[in-house]
Ligand binder design. Structure first.
Ligand SMILES: Cc1cc2nc3c(=O)[nH]c(=O)nc-3n(C[C@H](O)[C@H](O)[C@H](O)COP(=O)(O)O)c2cc1C
Length: 196
């Protein structure tokens, strides 16, 4: 079997984003057990606000190709108003069943406060609507400003337990990248919108 390829999409555009740091850590862990990896940093992609009348726009064709060709996908988001971020939602709207059906997905959320769980739940619902295979293990990073030291160029974790939870996420998407697909879930079979 060839080495699994993992892409991570980071939902924060901030230069000093903690989400980006955490996803980099997860990708390093994936690389550590033999995967090839790529971080899709939404700052670097021209993805105009999705307009269903236009469909593909800007860099969307290349972006969706990279997601489609991955064996596993990590989605990382900052918590914005109890949910996941608009840039990530916009990127996901360019994707659909072609990119996510039967795809292994790992979820990560980073919160300023102490409760990143709702954003993870919301992302899990999106992935189920597209019939992705979402890992039970997910990485929640609360109180983000205390979780990291340093800046985006040179940083470290303050808490080994959180670092390990994120590393496990990176390893799990590799371990489960090529699993037998489950039967389509109810949410996805009733979700005709993305296929219209
Ligand atoms: C528009 C906006 C809304 C936010 N809403 C929440 C929230 O509901 N709960 C929370 O814990 N943190 C919230 N935060 C804080 C971010 O989750 C926190 O700053 C996080 O580190 C951002 O991720 P980043 O460092 O990757 O940019 C919000 C931040 C912004 C800019």
């Amino acid at each position: 079997m060839t080495e699994p390829h993992v892409v991570a999409i980071t939902g924060s555009l901030r230069d000093e984003s903690h989400t980006r740091k955490a996803l980099t850590h997860a990708l390093d862990a994936a690389k550590g057990i033999g995967a090839s990896t790529e971080l899709l940093d939404l700052r670097e992609w021209d993805l105009p606000v999705y307009d269903a009348d236009r469909g593909e726009a800007g860099d969307a064709a290349e972006f969706t190709r990279l997601v489609r060709e991955a064996d596993a996908i990590l989605l990382g988001t900052p918590v914005y108003h109890g949910s996941y971020s608009a840039p990530l939602k916009n990127a996901l709207d360019y994707c659909g069943f072609d990119e996510f059906e039967n795809e292994t997905v790992g979820l990560l959320a980073v919160a300023g406060g102490s409760f990143p769980i709702t954003a993870l739940d919301h992302l899990r619902s999106v992935c189920r609507a597209l019939d992705a295979w979402v890992l039970p293990h997910q990485a929640a990073i609360p109180r983000a400003s205390n979780a990291f030291e340093g800046d985006s160029e040179d940083w470290s974790w303050t808490d080994e337990e959180t670092a390990e939870r994120v590393a496990v996420l990176g390893r799990r998407v590799v371990q489960y990248a090529n699993i037998e697909p489950e039967p389509a879930c109810f949410e996805s079979t009733e979700n005709v919108g993305a296929d219209d």
